[in-house]
Design a protein around this ligand. Structure first.
Ligand code: FES
Ligand code: FE2
Length: 412
């Protein structure tokens, strides 16, 4: 993140802290219709036109630690086999044998030089090519070249492997373009997994994402934790093309030292900037990846729909490389504090869903400082195609003129 951008965000934080009302010209945002969080039909539209057509975070490259390493990634009801080939290229395939559909690998993680189906031993090489069929003579006209594993698009950024079920989708780098420059200094590909956690939440996936897109709640649900460290009024939001966004919240100047957030002298990420040291800088990589950056740590909060009324929060914590052996002990010390904040974030989500389901909550009313939520919902409609969405579920397209000035050309 270059100096000019840091300064601009710093100035924006000062402005936000000082203003008495939203900036002139900012619109009153219409309510987000509650039916978007409860309707099975809307959920189906999201699955078909959004989740199955966008880049989705899966494993970390470090988890595929040698040639032949594989992991079966299981989200959205589509088991995907992700493999590091003999050429070190990471590839993804449906974990579905081309004979009669059994799982090619019965275990979810391992190492193999050949992928052999456990049912009748059809065998595939690490590029997905079908190479051996027992009793091949009994199959009339079998063309093995046409029966390889079905590939899924797979690209990596920052050490995370992403898949996309849509062969026509733009490349991952196009989708991430608005953030790539400002992320570069962190060197995410060098970071390693230091924490992992999964929670199932009884709410629509959007209610969970919404919870991480604002800090309006910070002095209430986080009053005994993060609320002491972050100054919610000193928050600068940035909207980017493709539904992405940024939120930078200043630390109270005394907080880091007083709260001991620099646990046992944890090292900073080498490329962390002054802004990372004095603020929490969090991104939404649309649609479902929330990434808070701190100078010592990057979190990936991934939210996975499980039907209209339930989702899964998958947390992957990333820290600087520590060399050999298990992660340093300070991560074990820090883990309960991070867990506590996440539990606080989840506290209200079940009751929100109940309110939505009961009809008591017919819509979400958003403030200026909650506009990242609105921007995410706008983008959901653009991805689905506004004309496909029943009128009562649509959100008006309003915030396009409020994306960050230097990124406007990317939205064209
Ligand atoms: S289903 Fe895989 S070999 Fe028969
Ligand atoms: Fe929170």
């Amino acid at each position: 993140m270059d100096e000019a951008l840091q300064q601009r965000i710093h100035d924006q934080i000062a402005y936000e802290a000082s203003r008495d009302s939203p900036p002139p010209g900012f619109p009153a945002l219409p309510e987000i219709p509650g039916g978007r969080y409860t309707s099975a039909a809307f959920h189906d539209l999201e699955m078909e036109h959004l989740f199955l057509k966008t880049w989705l975070p899966t494993v970390r490259v470090e988890e595929l630690d040698r040639r032949g390493s594989f992991i079966v990634w299981r989200k959205l009801g589509r088991p995907i086999l992700i493999v590091r080939g003999k050429d070190d290229v990471v590839r993804a395939f449906y974990n579905s044998c081309r004979h009669r559909g059994a799982a090619v690998t019965p275990v979810d993680k391992g190492h193999a030089s050949l992928l052999r189906c456990q049912y009748h031993s059809w065998s595939y090489d690490l590029t997905g090519r079908l190479v051996a069929v027992p009793d091949e003579r009994d199959f009339c006209g079998l063309d093995k070249s046409q029966r390889g594993l079905i590939p899924v698009r797979c690209e990596s950024h920052g050490g995370t492997v992403f898949v996309n079920f849509d062969d026509a989708a733009p490349p991952l780098s196009d989708m991430l373009a608005p953030m790539l420059d400002e992320w570069a200094c962190i060197g995410m590909e060098e970071l390693r997994i230091v924490m992992r956690h999964i929670a199932v939440i009884d709410c629509n996936w959007k209610a969970a994402v919404d919870a991480f897109l604002e800090v309006y709640h910070i002095n209430t649900i986080h009053r005994d934790s993060l609320g002491k460290a972050l100054d919610s009024r000193s928050t600068a939001l940035g909207l980017f093309p493709h539904g992405h966004s940024r939120m930078v919240t200043a630390y109270n100047p005394w907080a880091l030292e007083t709260l001991g957030m620099d646990v046992d002298g944890q090292p900073d990420i080498a490329g962390a900037t002054a802004l990372h040291r004095r603020s929490s800088t969090a991104y939404l990589q649309f649609p479902n990846l929330i990434m808070p950056f701190r100078s010592i740590f990057v979190q990936q909060l991934r939210v996975w729909p499980r039907g209209p009324h339930q989702c899964e929060l998958e947390v992957v914590g990333l820290g600087p490389d520590w060399g050999e052996g298990p992660p340093p002990a300070y991560w074990d010390k820090a883990a309960p504090a991070f867990r506590k904040v996440l539990e606080e974030d989840m506290e209200n989500l079940g009751s929100i869903q109940e309110s939505l389901n009961s009809g008591a909550c017919t819509g979400m009313l958003l403030s200026y400082q909650e506009r990242r939520i609105y921007w995410m919902h706008e983008e959901i409609d653009r991805r689905i195609g506004v004309e496909r969405i029943p009128p009562q579920f649509r959100v008006a397209q309003l915030l396009g003129e409020f994306i960050e000035p230097q990124d406007k050309e990317l939205a064209q």
